[in-house]
Ligand binder design. Structure first.
Ligand code: PPS
Length: 304
């Protein structure tokens, strides 16, 4: 596909891996924290839709689903720009000449859909004040950790990490960007009792995409015909999205996202953790998981 100039990424100067600094108790990339006052003051509008996830939980997938629903299943309309230009990533701060998510969101006419990975305590207050609809996608911790590990390898803007075992320890301890997976999924699970939040699971989306897409449409107050629904299911399958330059992040310069290290659309399955966890790591993980999740009704599937 030929890309229009505005659809192409512009390579910035030498790209450096970030470091994490504390932001309200959550480790965050220093670039985000440097712009914190502006991010925190972001003015949400009542008709904004927020898509929020822990990183690597299926964000891009739900973004494509939402955009397809909003555009009546018209794939051409969804090919107007890459994912992050259609649905800005609020707290993403990139070096010039790249634009930041905040700038893109502020410049966008309503109705806007905005992406964030914030935990509840980091979300700018205006989203709550304006009672914006929010869609949260959660993914089982084991596959989420594996996907995040590979993402650190291919994304040259993420912090430096050690080998898998070291990463896993840091991930369990919440010493990664956006902090503890436990706090994140639990915080949003609680928030849904007091806000219009549709809480979805990656595993359910894999198991029955049509059913989950219908849930999203209903949440947005839209009806889908059978033919539009089946177009959306097809267009948002892993295989279709992997081949779609407007959804697979191939337009980002390779100095930032190096798909030769690991493609952004890597495997897209439930249960890949079995290829990564040793028996000992799995046992340790299960123990910690049982402790941290003992007093919540939130449950996950780690295989289908
Ligand atoms: S990010 O960087 O946080 O926005 O990444 P995110 O999009 O949340 O997560 C990327 C993982 O989601 C998988 N993915 C999909 N799985 C199934 N179906 C579809 N359509 C799909 N699109 C993206 C992607 O492959 C990453 O998971 P892994 O396990 O690494 O393959």
């Amino acid at each position: 596909m030929d890309l229009k100039p505005e659809q192409k990424g512009v390579a910035p100067g030498p790209f450096k891996r970030t470091v994490l600094v504390d932001c309200k108790g959550v480790p965050m990339p220093k670039e985000t924290v440097e712009h914190w006052d502006r991010i925190w003051a972001f003015q949400a509008r009542p008709d904004d839709l927020l898509i929020c996830t822990y990183p690597k939980a299926g964000t891009t997938w739900i973004q494509e689903i939402v955009d397809m629903i909003q555009n009546g299943g018209d794939a051409q309309k969804c090919a107007r720009a890459p994912t992050d230009k259609r649905i800005p990533y609020l707290e993403l701060c990139l070096p010039k000449p790249l634009s930041s998510g905040l700038e893109d969101a502020e410049a966008m006419p309503s109705p806007r859909t905005i992406k964030s990975h914030f935990s509840v305590q980091l979300l700018p207050p205006s989203f709550w004040e304006q009672n914006c609809k929010m869609i949260y996608v959660a993914r089982n911790i084991k596959d989420n950790a594996v996907s995040y590990f590979h993402f650190h390898l291919m994304n040259k803007g993420m912090p430096e990490i050690g080998p898998w075992d070291q990463f896993l320890q840091d991930f369990i301890a919440g010493k990664v960007a956006y902090g503890s997976w436990f706090d994140h999924v639990r915080g949003w699970w609680k928030a849904k009792d007091r806000h219009p939040i549709l809480y979805l699971f990656y595993e359910d989306m894999k198991k029955d995409p049509a059913q989950e897409i219908q849930k999203v449409a209903k949440f947005l107050g839209l009806e889908l015909s059978e033919s539009v629904l089946s177009k959306i299911v097809q267009h948002t399958s892993f295989e279709s999205m992997k081949a779609n330059p407007m959804a697979n992040y191939s337009t980002v310069p390779s100095s930032i996202l190096d798909h030769t290290v690991s493609p952004f659309m890597r495997k897209g399955i439930v249960g890949d953790w079995k290829e990564h966890f040793t028996v000992a790591q799995n046992e340790q993980f299960d123990d910690i998981y049982a402790q941290k999740m003992r007093d919540t009704s939130l449950t996950f599937q780690t295989q289908l």
